[in-house]
Design a binder for this molecule. Structure first.
Ligand code: AHM
Ligand code: MG
Length: 332
């Protein structure tokens, strides 16, 4: 039997990276990443179990933005809060499920922003959902406040997501490229499966909820219509449409295959749907670190946005550099 006996687990990877890139570091970020991986494993376990123990259903409470929460949202949020609290490295936590930020006791030096279970409306159908996260180091002298998270995305020290599907996939960046890990449920470890991931330069796939197109501005309608026309460089084939409706799954495919994912603002909602701190920023950092790009509806870099509120939203376009460049030519 051919067995790989020298696998790189997430824990080993984190320690190696620290030694290589920041030998003088305190190791606090490494410990925090370890607490995160516990939260991912625990959430993955509950999602796998959900069908069996009939957890799926409405819990009766509403989240900060008024959506009805499913039980798994509540469980995911609790798991995340407890894991971050007990890590002792986190001072500030922003969760999509909590109206206000949480400030923990103790001397943690990091702020974490998360959507604990994104795409939860898909859970009943067995479609992949995921946890999205972005991490800031507290500002010097800060004792933990909203100012530690109302910062540009360029100031994040790490970001990523874990997608819970047939197995759990973690995509992580600490600002030195993107590395992908897959959870081996027997070992209980995330294993490095996609080292130094880079997104293809272009791919004729677009991913957007076209049901909203009536309310799109003209230049967006024109861009998408043009993708559906015969493409010269594709021997007359048009682009393919792919839209799961679960951001983590749509971004995961985009990272691996290339293409473009968008959730633009429309003339009704003005700011789109996706949240800057825990949806747009982490995905934008991953895309850039993988060699892709992420911009808003005006073509401005997502990571340069300065959020004014913890639940602020933005229109977003991200994916292969070539596809973003093409979109930019349509800007008014
Ligand atoms: P959620 O945080 O309430 O789950 O909403 C975010 C999700 C994303 O995963 C996905 O990209 C988007 O909503 C889909 O929205 P729509 O159904 O409007 O296309
Ligand atoms: Mg979400």
């Amino acid at each position: 039997m051919n067995v790989e006996t020298d696998i790189i687990t997430l824990t080993r990877f984190i320690l190696q990276e620290q030694q290589k890139l920041a030998p003088a570091a305190t190791g606090e970020l490494s410990l925090l990443l370890n607490s995160l991986q516990f939260a991912f494993k625990f959430i993955a376990h509950n999602i796998r179990r959900a069908e069996l123990v009939n957890l799926i259903g409405i819990s009766g409470t509403a989240n900060s933005t008024g959506d009805v929460q499913k039980k798994l949202d509540v469980i995911g949020d609790e798991i995340f809060i407890n894991a971050m609290k007990s890590s002792n490295n986190v001072k500030v936590l922003v969760s999509e499920e909590q109206e206000d930020l949480i400030i923990f006791e103790g001397g943690g030096r990091y702020a974490v922003c998360t959507d604990p279970i994104d795409g939860s409306s898909n859970i009943d159908a067995g479609v992949s959902v995921g946890t999205i996260f972005g991490i800031y180091r507290l500002k010097d002298d800060s004792k933990g406040s909203i100012n530690d998270v109302l910062r540009k995305g360029t100031e994040m020290v790490a970001a990523g997501y874990t997608m819970y599907g047939a197995s759990a996939h973690l995509m992580l960046t600490t600002g030195h490229g993107v590395n992908g890990f897959t959870l081996d449920t027997q070992l209980g470890e995330f294993i490095l499966t996609s080292p130094n991931l880079s997104i293809p330069k272009s791919r004729a796939i677009y991913s957007v909820n076209e049901g909203n197109s009536y309310y799109w501005p003209e230049y967006i309608k024109k861009y998408i219509e043009d993708l559906k026309k015969p493409q010269d460089d594709l021997k007359g084939k048009p682009y393919s449409a792919r839209y799961v409706g679960s951001m983590v799954a749509d971004i995961h495919r985009t990272l691996l295959y290339g293409g473009i994912f968008a959730y633009p603002a429309d003339t009704k909602s003005k700011n789109g749907k996706l949240r800057i701190l825990y949806e747009c920023f982490p995905m934008a950092m991953l895309m850039e670190q993988a060699g892709g790009s992420a911009v808003n509806d005006k073509g401005e870099r997502i990571l340069d946005i300065l959020p004014k509120g913890i639940h602020d939203k933005s229109g977003i376009w991200l994916g292969s550099q070539g596809e973003i460049d093409k979109f930019l030519t349509y800007l008014p």
